[in-house]
Design a protein around this ligand. Structure first.
Ligand code: ADP
Ligand code: MG
Length: 515
């Protein structure tokens, strides 16, 4: 088989049709409802105890840390109260050995150390005076302590605004003794060991932070409906009607919130949507990836959508073609046919031979490659992936398959977004009016549905949002009219500002308890 035909055959395996999208949406809505009704459903639909989104007038100096999956960020945030903020941050890659450490102490001590480093660098005056006070316990008051929002982007069973136990690790983390423990307490213990003037005030999921940050910064008075992450992992948090969270009533927890907004932010944990595989697409590459992952059968939606996995899907698809003798991908014509490694131009030491060896950023590079003869793709293959002298045909095949994987991820993302928009009924009213008047709908502040997104994939993968929008138009309950009313904005530094906003809300709650 010619190379182009072989690549087209593999790319076609990643096609996710209009019918697939619509079937996905129906099932997504069903699993969302199930999660609201009972504990232990595939989609956890975790109540966050946050009952309102900010409006942009909030003020103060806060700290935030974010354990996201790939990096650990520490920041301080000054909220100016006019929808703007100033942010100082540092970022460090999490060492691989700490992600699979023997004990929680190793990871959390490292995190506390980064907080110390940040305070010394950016808030040294504050740091010096307060470390001394804390050591001596003389003249130490609550006001002199930073309130910190801890963004922890893994599934937790939250039991209060700064209390929550880890349900399971995802995204390549695996530290047995953390499961079932309160992650805020683990971090506070290591902070106290260093005598830092910091109080872990709120436990924040990055999606909730994204939702809060977007709502603080978004233009106009409309509150944001959904915060969604497409980074190392994928997840979403949205504003739900309290009365629809029937499992909260069973837990006896709803009365405390009555008289408030009537809403509560729900952390969907949609990465585990359809773990039973009733509607998700499943190529041989998806299957192999899952089988050889450290959590087979879990996070099945995430494994088809997010940055941690797309590179690995592509790597497996490419190697399948390389091993197919009838398709000349990366093939070395002058080779010794008896020695497998010498029949290919992929060097023996290439990361392409290793699990997780292909980074998802490569999908962005090749999918967006407009250079003549795909020179950029060829150079990246040669320099970063140790393929010698890849041809333009090789690069074309790689781009075709990478684009198919990226597009499928975006269309699956649209399924999640659509399900939230449809199940919350946010599009219904004004659209009905428009249809009955048979007039074309004018999109304005009153009928817009605002969505905040964050993560390298949605930020950097070429046309990711356009692919999402194309799929949204293919869903009858949304259609071209509804799609226009959905405003999607990047919530930059979302977890930092969002976490600060939740720390602020938590402080207000504490103060009102004391009065
Ligand atoms: P986190 O999820 O840890 O908060 P990010 O949002 O930056 O961090 O996502 C990191 C993930 O995004 C990694 O899996 C990485 O492979 C992927 N990634 C990084 N750069 C790009 C890019 N340019 N295009 C697509 N994916 C990328
Ligand atoms: Mg993130």
């Amino acid at each position: 088989m010619a190379l182009a035909a072989g690549a087209e055959r593999v790319a076609a395996e990643f096609e996710y049709t209009k019918e697939d999208v619509n079937r996905g949406v129906q099932e997504f809505i069903r699993q969302m409802d199930e999660g609201l009704q009972k504990q232990g459903a595939t989609m956890s639909q975790i109540p966050t105890y946050v009952t309102a989104v900010p409006n942009g007038t909030e003020k103060g100096l806060y700290m935030a840390v974010d354990l996201g999956g790939t990096n650990f960020r520490v920041c301080s945030i000054q909220l100016h109260g006019n929808s703007t903020f100033s942010l100082t941050q540092s970022k460090v890659k999490i060492p691989q050995q700490l992600m699979v450490a023997k004990t929680s102490h190793e990871l959390f001590a490292f995190l506390a150390k980064q907080i110390e480093l940040f305070l010394k660098t950016h808030h040294n005056d504050h740091y010096v005076t307060h470390v001394e006070r804390r050591k001596s316990y003389v003249g130490f008051t609550e006001e002199q302590v930073f309130s910190l929002g801890f963004t922890f982007s893994f599934p937790v069973q939250q039991s209060g605004i700064n209390k929550g136990t880890l349900i399971r690790w995802t995204k390549g983390f695996d530290i047995h003794d953390t499961v079932g423990k309160d992650v805020c307490a683990l971090l506070q213990k290591e902070i106290d060991a260093l005598h830092l003037p910091v109080r872990v005030a709120a436990l924040v999921n990055d999606t909730v932070g994204t939702l809060m940050a977007r709502s603080y910064t978004s233009p106009g008075k409309t509150g944001t409906l959904l915060g969604a992450i497409f980074g190392t992992g994928t997840n979403g948090a949205y504003v739900e009607k309290l009365e629809r969270i029937t499992k909260l009533k069973k837990m006896g927890g709803v009365s405390a919130f009555e008289g408030e907004t009537g809403d509560m932010i729900i952390n969907t944990e949609w990465g585990s949507f359809d773990n039973k595989m009733s509607v998700l697409p499943n190529t041989p590459y998806d299957r192999a990836l899952d089988k050889e992952s450290n959590n087979p059968g879990i996070q099945m939606f995430e494994k088809r959508v997010s940055g941690m996995f797309l590179g690995e899907i592509l790597r497996r698809a490419l190697l399948t073609l390389v091993e197919d003798k009838s398709v000349p991908l990366f093939s070395d014509e002058h080779s010794n046919q008896n020695d497998f490694h010498s029949t290919t131009t992929i060097h023996e030491a290439s990361p392409l031979w290793r699990q997780w060896g292909l980074d998802t950023s490569f999908l962005s590079i090749t999918s967006g490659d407009n250079s003549a003869g795909l020179k950029v793709t060829r150079q990246t293959l040669e320099n970063d992936y140790e393929v010698s002298a890849p041809s333009a045909e090789d690069a074309e095949a790689v781009r075709l398959i990478a684009s198919a994987i990226g597009k499928r991820a975006a269309r699956l993302s649209a399924v999640a977004i659509a399900a939230v928009v449809i199940s919350t009924g946010k599009l219904e009213k004004p659209a009905d009016i428009a249809t009955s008047n048979n007039a074309s709908l004018e999109v304005n502040e009153d009928n817009i549905v605002d969505i905040g997104v964050d993560g390298s994939l949605v930020e950097f993968y070429p046309n990711f949002e356009d692919y999402i929008r194309e799929a949204l138009r293919e869903i009858p309950q949304i259609g071209p009219q509804g799609e226009k009313r959905i405003r999607i904005g990047i919530a930059k530094d979302g977890s930092g500002v969002g976490a600060a906003l939740i720390a602020l809300v938590a402080d207000q709650g504490r103060k009102s308890e004391f009065h």
